[in-house]
Design a protein around this ligand. Structure first.
Ligand code: MGD
Ligand code: MGD
Ligand code: SF4
Ligand code: MO
Length: 652
């Protein structure tokens, strides 16, 4: 952590583009390329993490794209902006003309501003397709789907600033001490210092475990079972909030019956967690006035863990007050905003369902063009149809060629497209296949707004100039929109798009750019729009009945085949300057010994999907029966989420 150089506000202060925490920074006066923290609504004392300090350096690198490129005679060659934009528009238009608009897809843009995301989805929809999505959405899809369908909104229910009100923080499948460092150091650590208990649920020890007062390390894949056991034990120990359950939930009778039949000891045995540890955590939860869940990508194996966590919080009355709630920690800087602006195949701006005639009519009134009625393809589904029913893609600030599955398969899919237009800062595996590459300005080089992980909309200011001819994505999308659609894209500036978006999005109603610039506003807006909401669902959930329903949770666990280890994946990264990756496979001593594997030895990690080589790191952080790999190394092995692997010395 670094302290600010001083406490001056800065005209060139902007929001760090490297993660969803949303710290405020400005170029350092002394050292070129380095940032200094500026006290802001999130990093109130002006702290930055090491990545944030290096933000200008990482984005200002000599490798940046500085000129548009178009493919001529098989090679990408420098071109003027008008030529490149015409080529890009023509390529996309000819796909739509030759097939129909659903032969196009639009990927992006969790690194880009709200206004840029708004333009991207508007472009897709005014051309006639809902095939618009963003990859960052996928890393928290299960958690967000559970939140949206059961409570109302796809977002963290509470705020960083309220974490100090919690008695217990239940951190599940996340490593905020490393992945959201300023949030952890500024909000979680002080809360722990003041007596909040942190319970960490993770099969592996990580930096967050070191701050925990209890660690449950269940077998991977057994979280829903463990959390349901916590529900049953908390209920047994008087933890049910009867009046909350009566007034704000539905389906409790049936759910209570299922808990009464639940065998917590058996669950502890299946998850391989000491039953007394489970009991002690349940005691804490039952006795606490306020419990908040912080969840990360480790709950994404399916919907059951998220559903079980929501059941636990509903049962114990932990919604609608500061220091409670379900707080899924988003990753990329504007992942939340990309969702809010409508870069999703099933939702229009402001989370309006595409299949709702009233919502479509509202949008059509503003646009003068009807958005299509059927949900579009998710990014994954679209990639699977490349060369079959999808023939053109506009990719803004994403690198779909690197994915959680067979990378060579993906690269081959990209070559199946007849039109690929990529807007990015750098060359990548994806730009390699592009017909047109348009160089974008980075987050620290442009204006607009972004939304952080606790729903706070903040303003960007151009703190440094973009390199060469690179332009803000907003200008690029406006130009493409004007060429492909027409007048609906003639915005004077990004403020005009902000106004249009906030008119369409119920949760942003009345939000003004001046309030956003002055400390940020957390959606949903309250009163005249200049103030926001720290805690969602204080009075009611945003469901039809205003109540939240208990959900059935599947808790049966398939045993890993004998001799196989459950693969555990962590350190998922997104964004520039993700940091060095750990290329080792971490194994427990007993698992290494039974396979004749020594620490430091080269091993092969294999399943039906792929085989990768790695160096064995024996002992330490992983539990028996699991093999831990960094996401970049694990990728080819994880075609489905519950992968098991065989690990052997490379010499055998
Ligand atoms: N420094 C840095 N920070 C970043 C990023 C970056 O690139 N660099 N990227 C950002 C992005 S895009 C994201 S999505 C976030 C990710 O943030 P996190 O989700 O916090 O990141 P991971 O380290 O992948 O942590 C996942 C944890 O889940 C655990 N886990 C895996 N499987 C299971 C399971 O079945 N059950 C349980 N209980 N736990 C499990 C893993 O052991 C690991 O400790 O970080 C963001 N922050
Ligand atoms: N192998 C592997 N795959 C993964 C992960 C992993 O760790 N390993 N992590 C997963 C996770 S958690 C996530 S969130 C996703 C992330 O997936 P992506 O979002 O596809 O990947 P990133 O590398 O974060 O960023 C994509 C591109 O955005 C560009 N970019 C940054 N800022 C801007 C901007 O302002 N404008 C434009 N036009 N471009 C910009 C960067 O140069 C980069 O090339 O990947 C998932 N897939
Ligand atoms: S915590 Fe995130 S937003 Fe804050 S400085 Fe670090 S990378 Fe930037
Ligand atoms: Mo992510």
């Amino acid at each position: 952590m670094s302290d600010t150089d001083d406490e001056r506000p800065a005209d060139d202060a902007t929001v760090c583009p490297l993660c969803a925490v949303g710290c405020t920074l400005a170029p350092s006066d002394g050292e070129e390329g380095r940032a200094r923290g500026v006290p802001g609504p999130v990093n109130r004392d002006g702290h930055l993490c090491q990545r944030g300090i290096g933000a200008f350096d990482a984005l200002g690198s000599d490798d940046r794209l500085t000129t548009p490129l178009v493919r001529r005679d098989g090679e990408l060659r420098a071109a003027s902006w008008p030529e490149a934009l015409d080529r890009a528009a023509d390529a996309l238009a000819s796909v739509a003309d030759g097939h129909d608009a659903d032969a196009l897809c639009f990927f992006g843009a969790p690194h880009c501003t709200n206004e840029e995301n708004y333009l991207l989805q508007k472009l897709a929809r005014t051309l006639g397709t809902n095939n618009v999505d963003n990859r960052a959405r996928i890393c928290h899809a299960a958690g967000m789907t559970a939140l949206e369908t059961r409570l109302g909104r796809p977002a963290m229910t509470n705020s960083l600033s309220g974490l100090s009100d919690a008695d217990v923080l239940l951190v599940v499948g996340a490593n905020p001490a490393r992945q959201q460092p300023v949030a952890f150091d500024s909000y979680v650590r002080p809360a722990l210092h003041d007596g909040t208990a942190l319970v960490h649920v993770d099969p592996r020890e990580n930096q967050t475990t070191r701050a925990a007062s209890a660690h449950l390390a269940p077998r991977p894949g057994t979280d829903a079972l463990v959390v349901t056991a916590l529900c049953a034990l908390a209920a047994e120990r008087g933890g049910v909030d009867e009046s909350f359950v009566a007034e704000r939930t539905s389906g409790y009778g049936e759910y209570a019956d299922s808990l009464a039949d639940f065998d917590a000891d058996r669950a502890a045995a299946t998850a391989d967690v000491p039953p007394e540890d489970l009991g002690a955590v349940a005691d804490r939860i039952a006795a606490a006035d306020r419990v908040a869940v912080l969840a990360g990508t480790g709950i994404e194996g399916g919907s059951d863990t998220a559903d079980a966590l929501l059941n636990l919080l509903l049962l114990t009355g932990n919604f609608g007050r500061s220091g409670t709630g379900m707080n899924v920690l988003r990753g990329l800087n504007n992942e939340q905003g990309a969702t809010d602006a409508g870069c999703r195949p099933d939702r229009l701006p402001g989370h309006r369902p595409v299949d709702s005639p009233e919502d479509r009519a509202h949008v059509a009134d503003e646009w003068g063009i009807d958005p299509p009625a059927t949900p579009g393809l998710t990014e994954r589904a679209a990639v699977e149809r490349f060369g079959e029913s999808v023939h053109g893609a506009l990719v803004v600030g994403e690198n779909p060629a690197v994915e959680k599955r067979d990378a060579s398969w993906l690269r081959n899919r990209l070559t199946d497209l007849s039109a690929l237009v990529v807007v990015d800062l750098f060359e990548s595996e994806t730009t390699d296949h592009a017909d047109v590459v348009l160089p974008a300005a980075a987050g620290v080089e442009k204006a607009g707004t972004v939304t952080n992980l606790d729903r706070r909309v903040q303003s960007l200011a151009p703190a440094v100039a973009p390199p060469g001819d690179a332009r803000p994505d907003f200008e690029i999308l406006r130009e493409l929109g004007t060429r492909l659609v027409g007048d609906a894209f003639e915005y004077e500036d990004s403020a005009a798009a902000f106004e249009e978006w906030t008119r369409l999005s119920p949760v942003h109603e009345g939000m003004t750019r001046s309030a956003v610039a002055d400390g940020g506003v957390q959606w949903p807006t309250a009163g005249d729009g200049s103030s926001g909401t720290a805690v969602l669902y204080e009075e009611a959930f945003e469901t039809e009945s205003g109540r939240a329903a208990f959900a059935d949770v599947e808790t049966s666990i398939a045993d890993a085949p004998a001799d196989e280890l459950t693969l555990l994946v962590g350190s998922r990264a997104g964004g520039v300057a993700a940091g060095p990756s750990d290329e080792r496979v971490h194994l427990a001593e007993a698992d290494a010994a039974s396979r004749g594997i020594e620490d430091g030895e080269t091993v092969v990690v294999r399943n039906d999907a792929a085989a990768v080589e790695a160096t064995a790191a024996v002992g330490g952080s992983v539990r028996e029966g699991t093999a831990y790999l960094h996401a970049d190394v694990a990728d080819p092995l994880v075609r489905d989420e519950s992968a098991t692997v065989r690990v052997r010395p490379a010499s055998q």
